[in-house]
Design a protein around this ligand. Structure first.
Ligand SMILES: [Fe+2]
Length: 135
């Protein structure tokens, strides 16, 4: 329906089914939904909630997110390279695992644990058995 007769500013008046309607909307909030239970809700406070089983984004030119933090409640998998320009902090789980070579171009490597290379412990190797550089 064109608002004020202006066809460039129209609104859609859709059919409605109470069985599928998003229920807990506050005054001023808007939602679109389908009979499968998927919905997008524009909430008060400039919050958008998306409810679905799977969200697919197809953007061949890229996806840009401008936000101070992006959180994921479970695992993340990247099919391509992961680039970080602000550092990296990993904790929890089973630590970090790599396959392939690791190249460090600047800085030092510090650990409070041991370094084991080729099965030889840096902290506990035995010079008397001919392993490691003599002191
Ligand atoms: Fe040594």
């Amino acid at each position: 329906m064109p608002l004020g007769g202006n066809s460039t500013h129209g609104v859609v008046i859709a059919t409605e089914n109470a069985s599928y309607r998003v229920k807990s909307l506050a005054s001023g909030e808007v939602a679109i939904y389908c009979q499968s239970g998927a919905s997008i809700t524009l909430k008060n406070g400039k919050v958008i909630d998306i409810e679905c089983d799977q969200l697919n984004i197809n953007a061949p030119a890229g996806v840009n997110i401008t936000a101070p933090n992006v959180q994921c409640s479970a695992q993340m998998t990247a099919a391509g390279q992961i680039n970080g320009n602000g550092g990296l902090a990993v904790q929890g789980g089973n630590g970090a695992s790599f396959s392939g070579d690791i190249n460090q171009s600047a800085g030092s490597y510090h650990t409070s644990g041991d370094v084991i290379a080729g099965g030889i412990s840096l902290s506990n190797h035995d010079h008397s058995s001919g392993v490691g550089k003599p002191c």
